[in-house]
Design a protein around this ligand. Structure first.
Ligand SMILES: [Zn+2]
Length: 280
């Protein structure tokens, strides 16, 4: 619990000193969420969160990324932002535009591309040290708004974020009391997904890791598209939804009130079917 306590303390200090974090946290307290159900078992929540507009609509192609200063590099971060070291190579930072309670960004010190393959052990170690949290990873074409700088994210657990497989989208579940077994089985899945998308530098997926009942759990959401067709539509047909791990789990973030109001069940089913890759 040591690390969780340090993070709680950091929240107290940073909310006192950092106006942007205070505002973001207060906004999350009053956020609008609506729920769609399919029978008793299956539900998706829609969150209306205008502060995420930049992240959801971020231009993450190579030329746009190269043009902007990297907001995860220390020299470009707000002076008031402080953090907690993790494994001598990361810093745990508080996200001023939260979608979850206690939303954290865990940033590698080095400016290296978003690739998880050799870092799932770090992700599981963090999940172990933060038993009240889920830790998540968005691939460079699956929701990461900084695909050029390796980072993980985390937030407090809630049932929808830990839901696992359902009929709307694929989710492969790896579960074990042994961290190294989870890593080995992830490597097998990685190789399989790589064989399905050999042209990609990293196969498309999102990950959610957590520890529950002393077991390491890793949810893998294989993807076949970065964004759904509706993202690129114009006028009334457009829905600005750009799914990352949290959306894939079942909490879809909308950044415009019109989208929050108009999104229907059929579109939710359609969006998942466009971005999730079926696994046979
Ligand atoms: Zn950077």
């Amino acid at each position: 619990m040591q690390l969780q306590r340090k993070i709680d303390q950091l929240f107290i200090e940073q909310q006192r000193d950092w106006e942007q974090l205070r505002a973001g946290t207060e906004q999350l307290d009053h956020i609008n969420v609506k729920e769609f159900n399919w029978g008793n078992e299956l539900k998706v929540d829609i969150q209306f969160n205008p502060s995420r507009i930049e992240s959801v609509s971020a231009k993450v192609d190579k030329s746009n990324i190269e043009k902007r200063p990297c907001f995860l590099c220390e020299k470009n971060r707000p002076k008031v932002q402080s953090g907690i070291p993790f494994l001598d190579k990361y810093i745990i930072l508080l996200n001023p535009f939260p979608i979850l309670r206690n939303h954290l960004t865990i940033t590698l010190h080095s400016h290296v591309p978003q690739r998880i393959r050799k870092k799932t052990g770090d992700m599981l170690t963090l999940a172990e040290l933060l038993p009240d949290y889920i830790v998540f990873y968005n691939g460079p074409k699956c929701g990461a708004s900084a695909p050029d700088h390796f980072h993980l994210q985390a937030g407090l657990k809630s049932p929808i974020l830990m839901a696992g497989e359902n009929e709307l989208r694929s989710c492969l579940v790896i579960e074990s009391t042994s961290k190294s077994e989870v890593e080995e089985r992830f490597e097998d899945v990685y190789q399989y997904l790589h064989s399905r998308q050999p042209e990609e530098e990293e196969p498309l997926f999102n990950l959610i890791a957590f520890v529950e009942n002393n077991r390491y759990v890793l949810h893998i959401f294989p993807r076949k598209a970065h964004r759904p067709r509706q993202f690129y539509e114009e006028g009334k047909r457009q829905l600005l939804v750009s799914p990352g791990a949290i959306d894939m789990a079942g909490l879809i973030i909308t950044v415009r009130e019109e989208d929050f109001n108009k999104i229907r069940k059929e579109e939710i089913v359609d969006i998942y079917s466009q971005v999730s890759m079926p696994i046979i």
